[in-house]
Every structure is written in structure tokens, then in C-alpha cells.
Design a protein. Structure first.
Length: 279
């Protein structure tokens, strides 16, 4: 009788195996230094090294020094703080985080960067659990973070940073960039009522308290903007008449002065001169 059931049981086992969700691929962190995490598949997609050197970022010397110091401590296994880089758009927050990582990773061989999309903040606790058991040390970066979807994402981030009963992973340093210091959404749902909206706001604002290091990026003044343009032009061998005037005209057309606008002007100038750039 048992003999007769073996083919049936085998078919049932095969069917269950096909229905079971596929196992997430094992991370291959030796393949690169930068990765993008996809929570849907569980995969860590390798990315090329960030090409812009830290020294090329002008006008953010204080921010560079403070962030690099904190990251170096983390890479050495010393106490460090999760970092929130906040300020005006185009100030170089994301560029600084990636360029600083590359600078520190040149001497810290077990340091890796994992970038997560801001829409996947709710998956951070699971990501941290995956990284917890690894021998590498991870800078987890979320660019342009804000809680447009309300308190659920804020609760997930707080859970990840606090770590629950097991505590936060000692080998993970979380860094977020944002245009808003308190990560607040642009508006709350009015139909939820005043009390519910106030509770959501308190939940979201309290997340910023979990970042021990706040680094602000104020608007860029004209001298700093021109210094950035000249530094880029010198670094990449770009020569043009009336460089300052052209750079200011470019900023006027964009309605802003920032590191991003300076870099976009340099890209346009390089294209005009028929020269290539690293980005």
C-alpha cells in the first residue's frame, strides 16, 4: 500500500515545490562596492563605482568633514550615528554621501553601500535582518526620503533603526537625504480628522530624532557657485571666455544657484568643447 502511494506523494511534493515562492538569491557582495536593493525579488544588483571624487565637491567643506568623520568611525567599528543630510535641492547631499563612501571604502575594504528606494522604506526592517548576519559593514542610503504615504513608512523606519528586541544591526549605518529636516509630507489627509492627522505628524517628526547626526545644506551664494564652476572647469581642463558671466547666465535661466546647477553648466560646456566627463 505504501509502495503504491509513493508516486502520488512524489507528485504532490513536486507541485508544492512549484507553488512555493522562489528563494531569494544569495547576495554576492564581493562583486562590487555599490548595490541597489530590490525588495520584491530580494536581489542586490551591483552598480559601478561612483565616479565623482570627493575633492570635486566645492562649498560643502564643513558637511564633508563631518560626514566623512562619522563614516570613518563606522568603518572602523567605532560608535557612530545614523545621518540625515537635509537642505535645499541640488546642494549635493546625495553626491556627498556617495563620494564620501568611495573615499572611505578605498581603505575600508569590507565597506559596502546599498541604495534603497524611498518607496521601499517599509522593507527596511527585513533588509536590516538580511545584512545583520553578514561580515561586511554597510552604508544603507535612501535618497530624497519623505513620508508621503503617512505614518506606516515612518513606523517601519523607526523599527529598522531601533531594531526591536534584537537591537539595530551593528554593521549597518543608515543615511538619508531630504529636502525637509523633519521628513514631513507636503500635506496630510484632511478627511482623517485633526486628531489622527496630528498623531501621524507626531509619528513622522519623531523619526528625525532617530538620526544622531543632522547635516544641513543651506542655499549656495554667488561666490560659492562661481567657485564650484571654476573648480570643475579646472579639474576637467575646460577653458572658455567669460566663464563667470556664462555661468551666472546659466544659473539665472535655471532660477537657482547650486552644486547641481554648476555641474549641469559644466556638462553643457564640456559638450560644447567636445570633451568627455566622468558622469
Amino acid at each position: 500500500m505504501t509502495h503504491d502511494l509513493e508516486p502520488v506523494l512524489s507528485r504532490i511534493a513536486d507541485a508544492l515545490e512549484r507553488l512555493a515562492p522562489a528563494r531569494a538569491p544569495q547576495p554576492a557582495f564581493e562583486a562590487a562596492r555599490l548595490f541597489r536593493h530590490d525588495p520584491a525579488s530580494g536581489a542586490f544588483h551591483p552598480a559601478p563605482d561612483y565616479p565623482l571624487p570627493l575633492a570635486a565637491l566645492v562649498g560643502v567643506d564643513r558637511q564633508k568633514e563631518r560626514f566623512v568623520e562619522n563614516l570613518q568611525r563606522f568603518a572602523k567599528g567605532l560608535p557612530s550615528n545614523h545621518a540625515l543630510l537635509w537642505g535645499v535641492r541640488g546642494a549635493g547631499k546625495s553626491s556627498l554621501a556617495k563620494a564620501a563612501f568611495m573615499d572611505v571604502a578605498n581603505s575600508a575594504k569590507n565597506l559596502r553601500l546599498v541604495e534603497v528606494d524611498r518607496d521601499h522604506v517599509t522593507a527596511l526592517p527585513d533588509l536590516f535582518d538580511i545584512l545583520r548576519s553578514r561580515g561586511e559593514r554597510f552604508l544603507v542610503l535612501c535618497d530624497d526620503l519623505s513620508f508621503e504615504e503617512g505614518a506606516a513608512a515612518a513606523k517601519a523606519l523607526k523599527s529598522a533603526l531601533e531594531g526591536g528586541v534584537s537591537g539595530p544591526p551593528a554593521n549597518v549605518l543608515f543615511t538619508a537625504t531630504s529636502n525637509r529636516r523633519h521628513l514631513m509630507p507636503r500635506g496630510h489627509q484632511e478627511d482623517r480628522g485633526l486628531i489622527a492627522s496630528a498623531e501621524d505628524a507626531e509619528e513622522e517628526v519623531s523619526v528625525s530624532d532617530r538620526f544622531g547626526l543632522w547635516i544641513g545644506f543651506p542655499p549656495m551664494d554667488q561666490p560659492t557657485y562661481l567657485a564650484a564652476v571654476k573648480a570643475y572647469a579646472k579639474r576637467y581642463g575646460l577653458k572658455a571666455d567669460a566663464l563667470d558671466r556664462r555661468a551666472l547666465q546659466w544659473a539665472q535661466l535655471r532660477g537657482a544657484r547650486s552644486g547641481r546647477v554648476a555641474w549641469q553648466f559644466i556638462r553643457d560646456l564640456a559638450g560644447e568643447l567636445g570633451k568627455s566627463l566622468p558622469l
